[in-house]
Design a protein around this ligand. Structure first.
Ligand code: AMP
Length: 384
């Protein structure tokens, strides 16, 4: 373990989205400096950073220019080419390291890794070519969700193929990209575990989150998820096993399906801060963003203890269809915390911000969050 980096040190971030922005806000509060690499000088992270290097995430010269200015490098997306991370790693520590990214950023390698670890996941089969599709679909019982191996997220780069579909026509939607097919899971609910791991192997687990998706995009998170203690232990153990096996450093999320009989299947791993961990800002003693800063800087992790129950609702660009949303509906709720990411081009499905409702009574928090979201949807313009 290299020497700890204390406040005053500079953190480089590859990618300037909302995750980088919220990490930068936490880092700067603590006295760290932030420099971000992103194609846009006005990206969400650049707006709150000390410096920005404008360039693509696969531009090795731009990435080296960033590395020359910082003490450690981290990322707000796992879709940075691992070869770039290898090159940067010779200049400054990169956390998480290139090998974590190599395992995670290709769905097939990720699934093989989970199989080797003995972690349960949905049955799957490779779809490297159209010819392999028939074999995969037969193996999985005739229907499946086919996902591109690289760079898919929030349901992008995936297609559901049902028994009666023209499966090759459906596959063509993925434009010949190498893919994997997964059996369709009839889950009771989706949950996630967000944790932080430091390079000495210390782990802090945030409360388990329960997630509701709409059109494959996270809509709402409730935490802590209600579940029997032995299942909660098992779910946490699965995430901890994965984090240690990867030798991950930083925050990591493991998305899981919970089946009606209580069985747990891992859906996917995100080697970074995660949308389902946004509630930790306000609801936990240390947010996932501060925790990530602490882990990548090699200083002690904070406590992930819950201070409150919470419900988080995502605000997608759809809410901007008729102009700025009616913020009065959010600001009138005393327990609601509004987070906006500074994105100036709202588009349907684009994550623009979120609201966290803090309340130990999760039923009341859910009712408040749903009423607030319904009001934003029904009356989407600002009123004084
Ligand atoms: P992903 O991007 O792979 O996390 O998929 C986004 C969402 O699609 C998940 O959170 C689920 O709601 C749904 N989904 C993905 N894979 C499956 C599956 N094998 N079975 C059922 N639903 C799935």
């Amino acid at each position: 373990m290299s020497r700890p980096l204390f406040p005053g040190a500079t953190i480089g971030v590859l990618g300037g989205g909302q995750l980088g922005r919220m990490m930068a806000l936490a880092a700067r509060r603590m006295g760290y400096r932030i420099v971000v690499l992103d194609p846009s000088p006005r990206c969400p992270t650049a707006q709150v950073a000390d410096g920005v290097v404008v360039g693509a995430l696969d531009d090795i010269d731009a990435a080296k220019h960033l590395a020359a200015q910082v003490d450690v490098i981290t990322l707000d997306t796992e879709h940075v080419p691992a070869d770039i991370l290898d090159a940067l790693h010779t200049m400054v520590p990169v956390r998480p390291g290139p090998s974590v990214l190599r395992t995670i950023q290709d769905r097939q390698t990720q699934k093989q890794f989970l199989d080797r670890l003995g972690v349960p996941q949905a049955p799957w089969a490779p779809v490297g070519s159209a010819a392999e599709l028939d074999v995969a679909m037969t193996a999985l019982g005739g229907s499946a969700i086919v996902k591109v191996r690289r760079a898919g997220y929030d349901g992008k780069g995936q297609v559901r193929i049902n028994v009666d579909d023209d499966r090759h026509a459906k596959l063509a939607i993925l434009r010949g990209e190498p893919a994997v097919a997964e059996a369709i899971v009839d889950f009771a609910r989706e949950i996630s575990v967000v944790l932080a791991r430091s390079s000495d192997g210390t782990i802090e687990l945030f409360p388990i989150a329960e997630n509701e998706h709409r059109k494959h995009v996270l809509h709402l998170t409730k935490a802590p998820a209600r579940m029997p203690a032995d299942r909660a232990r098992h779910v946490s153990d699965v995430a901890v096993t994965i984090a240690h096996a990867l030798d991950h450093v930083g925050v990591m999320a493991v998305e899981m399906f919970e089946l009606p009989d209580g069985q747990i299947l891992v859906n996917e791993i995100a080697p970074r801060t995660h949308n389902s961990g946004h509630f930790t800002y306000g609801a936990c003693a240390t947010s996932q963003f501060e925790q990530h800063v602490r882990a990548v800087c090699g200083v002690a992790l904070g406590s992930a203890r819950a201070l409150s129950g919470a419900v988080m609702v995502n605000l997608l660009g759809d809410l901007w269809a008729k102009g700025a949303p009616g913020w009065q509906h959010v600001l009138a709720l005393p327990n609601a915390r509004l987070h906006l990411y500074g994105k100036d081009a709202p588009a349907p499905g684009r994550k623009m911000g979120h609201v966290v409702v803090l309340d130990d009574d999760l039923d009341r928090a859910t009712a408040d969050a749903n009423a607030m979201f319904a009001a934003l949807t029904a009356e989407p313009t600002q009123k004084p």
